[in-house]
Structures are given as C-alpha cells and as structure tokens.
Write a protein that binds this ligand. Sequence first.
Ligand SMILES: [Zn+2]
Length: 229
Amino acid sequence: MNNRAWGSVASSKHFTYKAEAKRPWSSTSILELLEETRQEFEKLMGPGPDIVIQVEDRICEPNNYGARAEINRQIYSLREHFREIKIICELPTDYGYTEPERDLAYHFFVHELFHCWIGGAVSKPYEPIVEAITQYMTSWMLVHLGWCSEDLFVRERADWQEIVDTENSSYTIIAGYKLLFDQMYTDDAEYLFAFCKDLAGCFHEQRNQEEIDILPVLEHYLETAFESD
Ligand SMILES: [Zn+2]
C-alpha cells in the first residue's frame, strides 16, 4: 500500500511521523514521546539505532489494530547495521479518545521502539520472554515518564493475574513472565534493568546472526523460573 494519503507529516531528530487520520494526539506529542523514551532506553540499554526511524500511524478496520516494526524490511530480523527501520501502528478512525485507548496507542509506538534494542530472532521457546519484557518495560516507561497514569499498571496487573488464573494460551505464558518481571522490579529494580541491558547486549553483539542466543542471559537472571519450566 504505497498510496496512502498522509494527513500530517512531522519530524524530529531521530524520527519522522506520518499520520493517515486525524488523531486525538498531535504529531508533536508523538515525536516528544518517542524522543523521550528513546533517550531513556539509551540510558538503560546503551546506544540505539543511529538512523532516522520512520513511524507510520495508519488507519485500519475496527478490531484489526496492531503494531509492528520492520527493521531493514524484515520484521525483527536484525542485520549487522540498521539501514531502515519503520514502525507501523494501525488503529481505526476515531480511536484513542478514551484513556485506555490512548494508553494502548502510546504503548504501540514505544513497544516497537523497544524492539530496536531487544527484539531479534530468538528461538521459539524464548519468544514469549522477549515479548513479555518488551510489554512490561514499555508500560513501566510510560508510567515512569508520566505519559500514562499509575492506573495503567493497576489495571494491567489485574489483567495478567486473571489471564494466568483462567486462560491457557500463549497469552498465559506472557502474562506469567510479566508478573515475574513485576516481582523482580519490586524486589530489586536495578536487577531487572541489568537484565534488559544484558539482553540488549546479546542483540547488539550478535546482530549479524540468524538466531540470537539469549539463553546464557536468561539462565543468569531467571534461573529459578527456568528450572520450574
Ligand atoms: Zn512485541
């Protein structure tokens, strides 16, 4: 789909942002959100991509929304150097006027950005861990920087617990890991941050490989969780 009609186009130091629809958020606020979180992710995990990331805010059919990052045109497949990164968020028209919807939209943008540090091709059993840490740290960052209220975490914790208690799906595994990361954060936040930094280090060093080996880092930080699997 190359013939999208962009309603607005704006850019900052590290991002260009194009929106297809009139949204409840302004281009400026999304660029601020991305620049601020990028800076924080750098503090947490080291240098991020040194290219301008293209961000597309597209319209989709109701209930078909989602987000993805295309890194060098291959989703999540990191090559030695970043050449092109596109973050694509798809949301229906009239989306984002309630707080939970706006929170989710912010989550989409920041989540995909986080995948630029942690988010390469890992072997299947570890995919839920990468997804869970990405979701957890995204929400954490949004609350930490004041883009979302503390209520977001209250709502999410209740959701994760409910999923773990009642469902049996791939979401159950992810929710379980998010509860684990939340516990790690409560016990020793610096330890959780060190985990993120070491994971990012794996991706950084092994960026030219087809599959990235994060097992040594997982074993180091999540020893007990791994033994019980
Ligand atoms: Zn993800």
